[in-house]
Design a protein around this ligand. Structure first.
Ligand SMILES: [Zn+2]
Ligand SMILES: [Zn+2]
Length: 260
């Protein structure tokens, strides 16, 4: 367990200018960010609640490697979703509007394809950070047989302003928050080009919010952490924080949430 003081310094390293930025959600609505007054940087990954995290000797970073096609069958942020035929474009449980497509994660060994959607219709008003409130949706689709998800009734849907492909880079160590600035220093690039990590342990900005699977009621497996990326204009709105993707492969379910 790290002490908070050291963790705050590392938070400043990774976030660069972002840590100075106000929460976009708080700016754009009358609500304050639900997380902004809590202490940052608690390292709570581990055996909390018996969740299935395991020690690893390396971190798989997701590094921005430039733009890719909107329907590319690869891990990417932005673009448009691939889904099984007959899938309906998901809607927000609060505002009933169509969700924005955020990311597609192609899991190794043909374990499936995760699709993440989030409400961007009324930022801050639809609990879009919550893993359970219905202001976002995540799906664990099969690895193959996916087709472009038709736009609902041919309507326009909100898309992120960029389609970002990723390169997977293995970094030694067990701590994502150390691996990201270490990669940036080694590569001579910005930490803003770290789009997250695949597998490993979540780096919680707040408390552990690992959801239970609605199918089997067991804690879901941490699958990926996502960051907003190098450019706020085209970024998903995680309140300048980090997002977390979970799956339960036996139940073919996924969940998503974010903290700031
Ligand atoms: Zn909504
Ligand atoms: Zn389950």
């Amino acid at each position: 367990m790290r002490v908070g003081f050291a963790r705050v310094q590392e938070t400043s390293l990774l976030s660069g200018g972002r840590i100075q930025a106000q929460c976009r959600m708080a700016r754009s609505s009358s609500l304050a960010c639900c997380h902004v007054t809590s202490p940052r940087g608690q390292w709570t990954a581990g055996a909390v609640r018996g969740s299935p995290y395991s020690p690893r000797m390396s971190i798989t970073l997701l590094i921005h490697e430039g733009s890719t096609a909107p329907y590319a069958p690869v891990t990417r942020m932005g673009g448009l979703p691939l889904a099984p035929a007959g899938t309906a474009w998901p809607v927000c449980a609060t505002c009933s509007g169509h969700l924005q497509f955020i990311a597609q994660l192609v899991l190794e060994e043909a374990r499936g394809t995760v699709a993440v959607f989030m409400c961007a219709n009324d930022p801050g008003l639809c609990e879009e950070w919550s893993t359970t409130a219905g202001g976002n949706r995540a799906f664990l689709f099969p690895a193959g047989g996916l087709i472009p998800l038709p736009r609902p009734n041919g309507e326009a849907v909100l898309e992120l302003g960029a389609v970002r492909g990723v390169e997977r880079v293995e970094m030694p160590g067990q701590d994502y928050w150390d691996a990201a600035p270490a990669w940036a220093a080694r590569a001579g690039r910005s930490t803003g080009e770290v789009l997250g990590q695949l597998g490993g342990n979540p780096y919680w900005l707040q408390n552990d919010e690992t959801p239970d699977c609605p199918g089997c009621e067991q804690p879901m497996a941490f699958t990926a952490q996502l960051e907003e990326g190098p450019e706020s204009r085209t970024a998903p709105n995680f309140g300048s924080g980090s997002a977390y993707v979970f799956t339960c492969e036996p139940c073919r379910r996924a969940a998503f949430g974010w903290q700031c």
